[in-house]
Design a protein around this ligand. Structure first.
Ligand SMILES: [Zn+2]
Length: 123
């Protein structure tokens, strides 16, 4: 049996923004979930967000900023779209609406803090 000297190369991606982490010094891992997080996301998000966001993307797909564009969709437009879908469906599940909204906002590149700030203005 011969032991190989070559190292297996595995692509490591951030569980929040999906960037490929090439420098291991930029790699962080959640203590509970072992999800890999890049240094930029560590700086951008709160510890609670870092635990929550990978779970949201795991459940609903996508990653932070996946649908971000040069002309960002305003949050009020996102809210109006969601309300129209609810009216069309005829069902009202507040928890589902909140999850749908936060997931879509994350895909568009809004941080949870920006999203919460927007919601507070509405109240
Ligand atoms: Zn990241």
């Amino acid at each position: 049996m011969i032991k190989t000297q070559s190292k297996a190369t595995k692509i490591i991606r951030c569980s929040i923004c999906n960037v490929i982490i090439t420098d291991l010094e930029d790699l962080y891992q959640c203590p509970d979930t072992w999800k890999t997080i890049c240094s930029q996301c560590i700086q951008k998000f709160s510890p609670d967000d870092i635990e929550l966001l990978p779970q949201i993307f795991n459940a609903f797909g996508g990653y932070f900023g996946k649908e971000k564009s040069i002309n960002p969709i305003p949050l009020n437009e996102l809210l109006q779209e969601t309300i129209k879908k609810i009216e069309k469906n005829g069902r009202f599940d507040l928890a589902q609406i909140q999850l749908t909204l936060i997931h879509k906002a994350l895909l568009l590149g809004y941080t949870p803090a920006e999203f919460q700030k927007y919601l507070r203005k509405l109240l």
